[in-house]
Design a protein around this ligand. Structure first.
Ligand code: TXA
Ligand code: MG
Length: 538
């Protein structure tokens, strides 16, 4: 199909496409809509096909003024007219009882219908001229971010619809606020371009917020706006939202960034991320700009090679509720909150090899904690710390070739000499503990919720006494044997000798405050770890 490009001067042509049962993308003040004659079931069906949208997800009917409400709705409460007088044309959709003339394919089978009077004059003129209400979802392919320019629509819909009317970039940038007026008091089903506070001020009541706005729906749980159940607006790379005081959140993201990290941040912090793929959301206090930018920012990353995305998110007042909802939906509600209260939790994690420490630590990281790996600290210090090297050289001069440590030679010395081994452990512990302390304090300064110290020698190291909690990760020996063999590609015999060289699980379990036992069910173990760490970080 050849998709026509229309301008806002082509009102007649636009109305013709609608009357003929075709699909026309139209500008509104919120996002572009994919319009069809809302009373023509066949035309409406084409919308679902072009978007790839599930049939049970209802469409909004767009009308030119509140005078059209009676034609399609009944039992209209006075509040609807009060709201229309205050906010229409504008970014408010009202759910009302639908008359029989509204096809049930438009309402997704419901007996209610969403009614909206958009602000863009060209679109209202097309509706007037066509003489029918226009049903229009956002013009994106289902699951993609909504389109805020005609170019975005072109990318998603070229060849699939009759026309696209270019009305310039959308002024608001997030979709309309959806309010259910079939209940009393009315209920907010989707935050959007009209802030909740303004609705409450006009109605003089407080408006409850449907749970789907702020939390991930559980399997089988149904939000009252069916569309809120879907994983919308999701870039291909997984998104993590970082909330909290903006400067602390930005600093946290900075610490977590790798080479292929993408960042959505407030303008004030963009300099922290130079060299990375960054999308600026707007200034911290500039929610109007953030609303206009949010979908573009999310769309951008699919054209890059980023493998993860961290996003800042505004506080929920005013437009912040809608902006935050769109970002959090993109993240599947995966959110980390940085507390500015410096009440960071220190969690010591220990246990023998092969029990599942890596899995557990991944869960702790996902909750926003930073991991300090004692072994990695030791190796970093070996290559960077003059003090550690001179202490080692003073005690083990024959293990040094000039300024560099010959680790094999050192190994041979301590392997046969227990007091040499104790000296070595003492030196390492002193420097590793000092560096670990430094990192713990840096994490505390930046307001992290927690730090996990990963150390096989945690017990008796001195660090364990400073921890708010200690956790032993253990697993049956047979399971560890097979895990180590698979992980390191070694023989059973070698795996067993490695296990025998370490302290048994019972040692770790006896000395830690908490025990996480891995029985081989990876998903269940991860879940158990996440629950324990969530509780320990509180
Ligand atoms: O700003 C907007 O509202 C844009 C522009 C184009 O007007 N439209 C839009 O439509 O965002 P759409 O289809 O992407 O989102 C409509 C949402 C969906 O979540 C849908 O489930 C919900 O409104 N909805 C529609 N009719 C409903 C009804 N009768 N009851 C409950 N929810 C309804
Ligand atoms: Mg949509």
């Amino acid at each position: 199909m050849n998709t026509e490009k229309l301008t806002t001067a082509d009102i007649r042509r636009g109305a013709e496409i609608i009357r003929a049962g075709g699909l026309l993308a139209l500008p509104t003040e919120t996002v572009y809509g994919l319009g069809a004659d809302g009373l023509n079931p066949e035309a409406v069906r084409q919308i679902f096909l072009a978007k790839g949208r599930p049939q049970n997800n209802p469409l909004i009917l767009h009308i030119p003024d509140a005078g059209w409400l009676e034609r399609y709705c009944y039992d209209i409460p006075a509040a609807a007219y009060t709201l229309a007088a205050a906010f229409w044309p504008g970014p408010l959709t009202m759910i009302l009882k639908a008359r029989d003339c509204v096809p049930r394919v438009t309402t997704g089978g419901l007996d209610t219908v969403g009614m909206r009077c958009p602000q863009h004059p060209a679109t209202r003129a097309v509706i007037q001229t066509a003489g029918v209400p226009i049903s229009a979802p956002s013009a994106n392919t289902s699951g993609r971010p909504s389109c805020t320019t005609a170019q975005d629509v072109w990318e998603d819909m070229n060849g699939k619809i009759q026309g696209i009317m270019d009305g310039g970039p959308c002024a608001v940038g997030v979709e309309s606020t959806i309010l259910d007026l079939t209940v009393d008091p009315p209920c907010l089903l989707r935050p959007g371009g009209l802030p909740l506070e303004e609705i409450e001020a006009v109605l003089g009541v407080s408006v409850p917020i449907d749970r789907a706005v702020t939390a991930q729906m559980k399997p089988g749980e149904r939000p009252r706006a069916p569309g809120m159940a879907y994983r919308h607006y999701a870039p291909q790379a997984p998104v993590t939202v970082v909330e909290g005081e903006p400067a602390l959140a930005a600093a946290y993201i900075r610490r977590r960034c790798g080479e292929h990290t993408g960042v959505i941040c407030f303008d004030e912090f963009a300099d922290l991320f130079s060299g990375l793929e960054v999308q600026r959301l707007g200034g911290v206090a500039d929610k109007d700009t953030q609303a206009r930018r949010v979908f573009d920012a999310l769309r951008y990353f699919d054209s890059t090679d980023v493998t993860e995305i961290f996003a800042q998110c505004p506080d929920p007042s005013g437009l912040g509720l809608a902006i935050g909802n769109r970002i959090k939906k993109a993240a599947g509600f995966h959110t980390i909150t940085i507390s500015g209260e410096r009440d960071m939790k220190l969690i010591g994690i220990t246990g023998p090899t092969g029990a599942g420490k890596t899995t557990a630590l991944r869960e702790l990281t996902a909750l926003g904690a930073e991991i300090i790996d004692a072994d990695a600290v030791y190796h970093e210090l070996l290559s960077s710390s003059r003090e550690l090297n001179s202490a080692l050289k003073a005690r083990f001069p024959s293990a040094y070739r000039g300024e560099t440590l010959d680790r094999k030679a050192l190994g041979n010395i301590v392997f046969h000499d227990e007091s040499a081994l104790a000296d070595l452990d003492g030196i390492i512990l002193r420097y590793v503990n000092a560096e670990t302390d430094r990192r713990i304090e840096a994490a505390r300064e930046s307001g992290l919720p927690g730090v996990g110290i990963d150390a096989i020698n945690l017990i008796g190291s001195g660090i364990d006494e400073r921890c708010d909690a200690t956790v032993a990760i253990v697993a049956p020996d047979e399971l560890r044997v097979s895990r180590i063999m698979a992980r390191d590609g070694i023989s059973e015999e070698y795996a067993r000798s490695r296990i025998n060289a370490q302290k048994p699980c019972s040692f770790y379990a006896a000395h830690c405050g908490f025990v996480l036992e891995n029985d081989g069910d990876e998903a269940a173990f991860a879940q158990q770890a996440r629950e324990l760490f969530t509780a320990l970080l509180k």
